[in-house]
Design a protein around this ligand. Structure first.
Ligand SMILES: Cc1cc2nc3c(=O)[nH]c(=O)nc-3n(C[C@H](O)[C@H](O)[C@H](O)COP(=O)(O)OP(=O)(O)OC[C@H]3O[C@@H](n4cnc5c(N)ncnc54)[C@H](O)[C@@H]3O)c2cc1C
Length: 512
């Protein structure tokens, strides 16, 4: 999957150009290439540089779909809502079973707990019922191991004494869920598989504009690092640019109504006391939204507060007020922690691409493939919604829609859903943690085979070293040495790259 010069793409023809290499672009490129389509997949930044690397990284069991939001009567009076919720929960359970068995290296199980209060929105029987339902809906090969503890049995939860309002705490539900150890490597491995089957892959390549000229699309691509431009041809454009989706549509035709809403979600990363280690907690916060405390590199990330976002999509970070709001919620859930702003080790925020809903400013949770024919764009499909966990189902849906409009020109192949050799080496023997084995040999393979151009690409999106407590500070020089050797950087260039990395961390990931 080496990175070709942009000029090598000039005037090339493809069946499908996949614009955006987040999880959904990667999944689509894999399915389309396997089906025999000639595919080009590009991203204006690094692979998974958008929403995919800023998520809460949970391979959810689907419980949140069964939480009606306002009251349980919502489902009773709106049975269609209940039916849809069950459908989504089933999809989550299928994805959980599928990904946790085929991608063991890139996900890990953890114990998730959910406190149930007398004054809370859900009664214990409702939570028991939701888990029964999940058991019934899902495949049965990977049980949720659900238990509800109260009284003396609560000792099983090592941090039980940190919960607020003990008299009011009825019980705590505990179940097994999964965390993506690296959603970023999931993207890279999926793209590697597409490339192995013949897809052309290039990061730091922007789709600048596209014109439909009789026989198909003429798409202008720009190398964002060198400002070079070329034109390629494609029968169909797949717009999987997540929160950028509407902006990309405007480069083909102005005036297309909005299809996507960006919801900002911020996380803060803190070190919690030993009792919390390797446990996750889910609560319903005071804005009546689920909030997660997730174990991470010996720390916990905590989020999120979902708010509609119309700012600059290329400059998203946790703001001071968001961090303070999150701290307030943490201290409400676990008062003895009494966390302050100085306790925040770092932060990150992302924009979730949610399907536009004229009535609800928070959008709706449906994953929708839009055919833009009705907007005057022939053979352009666009995706809205689409979490990481169900990317394989979404990719198959995208393939189905592409197949209705365009026939493949090459032989069919079988996609591989397992980890790449590089991921296996990185994760060898680390199944229960999120850390990776890094050696010079592995770094060299990453540099040669996976198109990183900066330290941030390697530290944040190929190895996870940038998510450690020191945010890659101790490993950056070592990685820079290997990059310098392979890219021919001189001493000055190496120092500049390290400096650029620190600047990037400071601007986008640090304590607000
Ligand atoms: C805070 C938060 C928490 C979340 N938690 C979870 C979770 O726990 N579990 C879960 O499954 N999902 C979660 N999600 C949802 C999930 O992260 C997203 O739905 C998913 O990553 C979207 O992937 P995507 O490929 O559609 O978009 P993205 O990952 O955003 O990828 C789009 C890509 O398009 C590229 N692009 C944009 N414009 C152009 C252009 N003109 N030319 C070329 N490339 C372009 C961008 O650079 C970007 O890399 C969360 C999201 C957020 C923000």
């Amino acid at each position: 999957m080496t990175r070709c010069e942009l000029s090598e793409l000039s005037d090339k023809s493809y069946d499908v150009i996949v614009v955006g290499a987040g999880i959904n672009g990667a999944g689509a490129a894999q399915q389309l290439t396997a089906q025999g389509y000639r595919v080009l997949i590009i991203d204006k930044s690094d692979f998974s540089g958008g929403a995919t690397s800023k998520s809460s990284r949970i391979l959810h069991c689907g419980l949140r779909y069964l939480a009606p939001g306002k009251s349980i009567w919502d489902f009773v009076f709106h049975p269609t809502k209940f039916f849809l919720a069950c459908q989504n929960a089933r999809k989550s359970m299928i994805a959980r079973s599928d990904i946790s068995s085929s991608m063991k290296e890139l996900v890990r199980p953890f114990r998730f707990c959910f406190p149930i209060y007398k004054s809370g929105p859900y009664r214990p029987w409702q939570v028991d019922f939701a888990f029964k339902l999940l058991d019934m809906l899902g495949p049965h090969d990977n049980p949720l191991e659900y238990q509800r503890y109260s009284g003396k049995n609560l000792d099983i939860v090592p941090f039980k004494n940190w919960f607020r309002d003990h008299e009011n705490l009825r019980s705590v539900s505990v179940f097994k869920d999964y965390q993506f150890v690296s959603a970023e490597r999931l993207v890279v491995d999926t793209i590697r598989d597409a490339a192995d089957m013949g897809a052309t892959v290039r990061n730091y390549t922007l789709m600048q504009q596209a014109k439909h000229l009789g026989e198909g699309w003429h798409v202008t691509l720009k190398d964002v690092l060198k400002s070079e431009e070329v034109t390629v041809k494609a029968k169909l454009i797949l717009n999987v640019t997540g929160p950028w989706g509407d902006q990309v549509n405007q480069t083909m035709k102005s005036g297309i109504p909005n299809k996507v809403i960006g919801l900002k979600g911020a996380h803060i990363v803190v070190k919690l006391p030993e009792e919390f280690s390797e446990w996750g907690t889910m609560v319903i916060n005071r804005a009546n939204e689920p909030m997660y405390f997730m174990p991470w590199h010996g720390m916990h990330y905590i989020g999120i507060n979902r708010t509609p976002y119309d700012g600059n999509l290329d400059d998203v970070k946790t703001e001071k007020e968001e961090a303070e709001w999150l701290l307030g919620e943490v201290n409400y859930v676990f008062p003895p922690l009494n966390l302050q702003r100085k306790d925040i080790l770092y932060s990150y925020a992302g924009i979730q691409p949610v399907t536009f809903d004229a009535i609800d400013p928070q959008g709706n949770r449906e994953v929708v493939v839009h055919d833009l024919e009705s907007e005057g764009l022939t053979n352009v499909l666009m995706l809205t919604g689409g979490p990481i966990m169900t990317y394989r189902l979404t990719a198959k849906e995208l393939l189905k829609e592409v197949s209705k409009r365009c026939v493949p020109t090459l032989e069919k192949q079988h996609p591989s859903y397992g980890p790449s050799e590089v991921s296996q080496l990185l994760r060898n023997g680390k199944a229960s943690s999120v850390s990776m084995n890094i050696s010079e040999d592995i770094l060299k393979r990453i540099i040669v085979e996976e198109q990183p151009v900066s330290l941030a690409d390697i530290l944040l999106r190929r190895t996870g070293l940038g998510w450690d407590m020191d945010q890659g500070e101790s490993t950056a020089p070592k990685v820079a040495n290997v990059m310098a050797e392979l890219f021919g950087w001189d001493q000055q260039r190496k120092e500049d790259e390290i400096q650029l990395f620190h600047q990037h961390i400071k601007e986008s990931y640090q304590r607000p």
